[in-house]
Design a protein around this ligand. Structure first.
Ligand SMILES: [Cu+2]
Length: 118
């Protein structure tokens, strides 16, 4: 009988561990929905994206501008760049390392946007 109670105790402890340590990161991931950024007519929309420092962020670029100008998006401070397909969403994953403003531009710096991390 006491063995059964011990077993239940272990199962309960396991459940508590799962609840507190393992279930939380999943809840976080579910909260981090991609932010769609439309690339058209020389502007990123939205051009300012708020984020949390240290937390992963997905920017889903939707390039509608077929001109060469819009082809690349460059995050200078994060040493990150991507080539955007035309008319198809393209996800850029990044994590702002610290609070601050992280500017992103096209290659010619005509398109401009920023991620503001708090
Ligand atoms: Cu450009």
């Amino acid at each position: 009988m006491s063995a059964l109670i011990n077993l239940l105790g272990v199962a309960l402890a396991g459940f508590i561990v799962w609840w507190f340590w393992l279930s939380r990161p999943r809840a976080h991931a579910a909260g981090a929905a991609p932010v769609t950024v439309v690339v058209a007519d020389g502007v990123y929309t939205p051009a300012r994206i708020e984020a949390r420092a240290g937390e992963p962020l997905v920017l889903r670029f939707l390039r509608k501008d077929a001109s060469h100008c819009a082809e690349k998006v460059i995050f200078d401070d994060l040493q990150l760049s991507a080539e955007l397909p035309i008319g198809k969403p393209y996800d850029v994953r990044l994590t702002p390392p610290a609070p601050g403003e992280y500017v992103f531009t096209c290659e010619m710096r005509m398109y401009r946007g920023s991620v503001v991390a708090k």
